[in-house]
Design a binder for this molecule. Sequence first.
Ligand SMILES: [Zn+2]
Length: 50
Amino acid sequence: MGKFGLADEALVSIWVCRKCKARNRAGAEKCRKCGSRYMRVKRKEARVKK
Ligand SMILES: [Zn+2]
């Protein structure tokens, strides 16, 4: 957690449905839109540029 603490938290607390790509709250058992349980956490780390 760096200087973007708030933004980090906002990103981490979003899960994205892999079926319909709806955003759901972290901890949701299933997608609120399509009911799928196939969700992933939105990417936490910003990509490191090299
Ligand atoms: Zn869905």
